[in-house]
Design a protein around this ligand. Structure first.
Ligand code: URP
Ligand code: ZN
Ligand code: ZN
Length: 491
C-alpha cells in the first residue's frame, strides 16, 4: 500500500512487556458527540487521559504523532461468522484470520454469531465450542451472541445463567434455515429473554414463501445464481420483520434487534414500531448500502450469494436515509466468507447449493467512512455512533468499549482522511480469495488500530498476535420504553 502518511513504530518495543505507555498527539479526537483536537494518554491498556495538551507522562512513553488524523473508538462489528459450519461448508475465516482482517480494517471488537450445534444441544454447548475456537487465535477482543435452535424448558431455564454467569446478553433466532423457530417458540424465547435482560436478535425471512419460490424456480430450470435473489424477494424479509415486531409487542414489549436489514419496506416497519415507542433496533451492512442485485448479472455472481440477497438499486438509498435520520442504529458486516474458486462453485449449476455469505469485516470502517462521512451523508460523530458507540450500548460493552473516556479500554482507530485506496483483495488480510468490493475507491483509510494499548495494525500491515484477544463478558441488556434509545445499567 502506498501510504499518504505512514508511521515508523518500534514494534519490537511495543511488543515488549515493559512498554505500557503511549501518547497519541494532536489528532482530531472524535466520539459519538463531538470532535476536538486533543492528546490521548494510554497507560496499561486503558485510556488514562484526554486533554488539549498532555505534558505529564512517563519517561519511556511511545509517542504517536496523529496530527491530521481522526482518532476514534475502535470499531465494534456485532455481526460476524468466523469458523462457522453451515453444513455444506465451513467458512474460510477462523478467529485468527477473521480478527486479523478486522484489526487491519480498524475494528477492535467483534461479537460473533455462533453457528448451530448438534441437534438438541443446549445453549452452553455452543458457547464452550466457540470459546475454544477463539481462545488462542483471536487477535482482538470478542464476544458471542447465543444461538437458539429449539425451545424447551431446559433452554428457557439456561438463559438466565448465560446472561448472568457467562456474560452472553444477546441471542439470535432464525425464521428460516434448518433450525427456524415457529411462532410459539419465538414468543417463548422473546418472553424469557426479556425476563433475563437479554436482547433478542433475529434473522427475519419468511421460510415458507422462500421454499415455495425456490422449488418453483428450480422446477422451471432457473438454477443460475441470479435466481437466488428471485427466490427470496424483499417482501419475504419485510413480512418476517413485521411479524417479529408484532410478536415482540405481544411478548410484553420484548426488546428486538433486526440483523442485516436490506430494504426500505422492512425499515418502514421498524420506523413504525419506534414511533409507537416499541424497543426495536436495526442493523444494516455495507453490502446493502453499496451493492445491489445487478451483481447477479455478472459472470462471478456466485460471489454475491448471501441471505438476505442484494436488492434492487433503489433500496440502497432508502437504507442511507435510515442511517441519516437515525432509524438504523448499527452497521455490521455479517462477514461469512467462502472461497469463490472452490466453495462458492458448489452453486454454479444450482443457486440453492451455494453456501450463503460474503466477506467484509476489513472493509466496513473504510467503506462507511468514505461513502458516509466523506460524501457528507453522515457526520464524524454519527460514524462513531454507528460503528462503535451504539453497538457497545446495545450489546452490553459500554463504557469499556465504544468510548474514549478515562478508564475505557484503549481501543482506537486512527483514520487518515487524505489517504485514497482502491480496494483490491491483495491488500486485505482475510483467508478467502476475493472481496465483493474489488476496485471500489475509498477516500480515507484506517492507518493504525490499537487494541487495549497495543498497535495491532499499522500502515496496512498486521502487527498483532494470535491469542491477544480476550473474551469480554457483556453486561445484561436494559432498555427504556423509548424505541431507539438504550439505557445502560451503570449510568
Ligand atoms: O448469507 C448469510 N448472511 N450468511 C450468514 C448467516 C446469516 O444468515 O446471517
Ligand atoms: Zn442471518
Ligand atoms: Zn449472519
Amino acid at each position: 500500500m502506498i501510504a499518504h502518511r505512514s508511521f515508523s513504530l518500534d514494534l519490537d518495543r511495543q511488543s515488549a512487556d515493559a512498554l505500557n505507555a503511549t501518547l497519541i498527539r494532536q489528532g482530531l479526537v472524535v466520539d459519538h458527540q463531538q470532535a476536538q483536537k486533543a492528546d490521548i494518554l494510554i497507560l496499561d491498556g486503558k485510556i488514562a487521559d484526554v486533554a488539549p495538551v498532555i505534558s505529564d507522562y512517563p519517561a519511556d512513553t511511545q509517542i504517536i504523532d496523529a496530527s491530521g488524523l481522526y482518532v476514534m473508538p475502535g470499531g465494534i462489528d456485532v455481526h460476524t461468522h468466523f469458523n462457522i459450519d453451515v453444513g455444506i461448508a465451513r467458512s474460510r475465516d477462523d478467529f485468527y484470520t477473521g480478527t486479523r482482517a478486522a484489526a487491519c480494517g480498524g475494528t477492535t471488537t467483534v461479537v460473533d454469531h455462533m453457528g448451530f450445534g448438534p441437534k438438541g444441544c443446549n445453549l452452553h454447548h455452543q458457547l464452550a465450542v466457540y470459546k475454544d475456537y477463539a481462545r488462542d487465535t483471536a487477535v482482538i477482543d470478542y464476544s458471542f451472541h447465543g444461538v437458539i435452535q429449539h425451545i424447551n424448558d431446559e433452554i428457557l431455564s439456561e438463559m438466565a445463567s448465560m446472561v448472568e454467569e457467562e456474560g452472553i446478553s444477546s441471542f439470535k433466532l432464525y425464521l428460516t434455515y434448518g433450525y427456524k423457530l415457529d411462532d410459539e417458540s419465538v414468543l417463548k424465547a422473546l418472553i424469557q429473554l426479556n425476563k433475563v435482560n437479554a436482547l433478542t436478535t433475529v434473522h427475519p425471512e419468511n421460510d415458507a414463501a422462500i421454499a415455495m419460490r425456490r422449488e418453483m424456480l428450480l422446477e422451471q430450470g432457473k438454477t443460475a445464481p441470479k435466481y437466488h435473489a428471485e427466490s427470496r424477494p424483499l417482501e419475504c424479509e419485510a413480512e418476517a420483520i413485521a411479524r417479529m415486531i408484532n410478536l415482540a409487542k405481544l411478548a410484553g414489549d420484548a426488546p428486538l434487534y433486526i440483523v442485516h436489514l436490506s430494504n426500505g419496506l422492512g425499515l418502514d416497519y421498524v420506523r413504525l414500531a419506534r414511533r409507537n415507542k416499541q424497543p426495536v433496533w436495526a442493523e444494516t451492512c455495507p453490502q446493502y448500502l453499496l451493492l445491489d442485485e445487478r451483481c447477479y448479472e455478472r459472470d462471478d455472481a456466485l460471489k454475491f450469494i448471501l441471505s438476505p440477497p442484494l436488492r434492487p438499486e433503489e433500496e440502497r438509498e432508502k437504507l442511507w436515509q435510515g442511517l441519516m435520520d437515525g432509524s438504523i442504529d448499527t452497521v455490521a458486516t455479517d462477514h461469512c466468507s467462502f472461497t469463490y474458486h472452490e466453495q462458492k462453485q458448489r452453486g454454479k449449476d444450482n443457486f440453492s447449493a451455494c453456501p450463503n455469505g460474503m466477506p467484509g469485516v476489513e472493509n466496513r470502517m473504510p467503506l462507511l467512512f468514505s461513502e458516509g462521512v466523506m460524501t457528507g451523508r453522515i457526520s464524524l460523530s454519527r460514524f462513531v455512533e454507528l460503528t462503535s458507540y451504539l453497538p457497545a450500548r446495545l450489546f452490553g460493552l459500554y463504557p469499556q468499549k465504544g468510548s474514549l473516556a478515562k478508564g475505557a479500554d484503549a481501543d482506537l482507530v486512527l483514520f487518515d482522511p487524505e489517504q485514497q485506496i482502491t480496494i483490491t483483495h491483495n491488500l486485505l488480510h482475510d483467508n478467502t480469495d476475493y472481496t465483493p468490493y474489488e476496485a471500489m475507491k475509498c477516500h480515507g483509510w484506517p492507518m493504525m488500530t490499537i487494541s487495549r494499548g497495543k498497535v495491532v495494525a499499522c500502515n496496512g500491515e498486521f502487527t498483532g498476535k494470535a491469542g491477544n484477544g480476550r473474551f469480554i463478558r457483556r453486561k445484561p441488556f436494559h432498555a427504556d420504553q423509548e424505541g431507539g434509545t438504550v439505557v445502560n445499567e451503570e449510568e
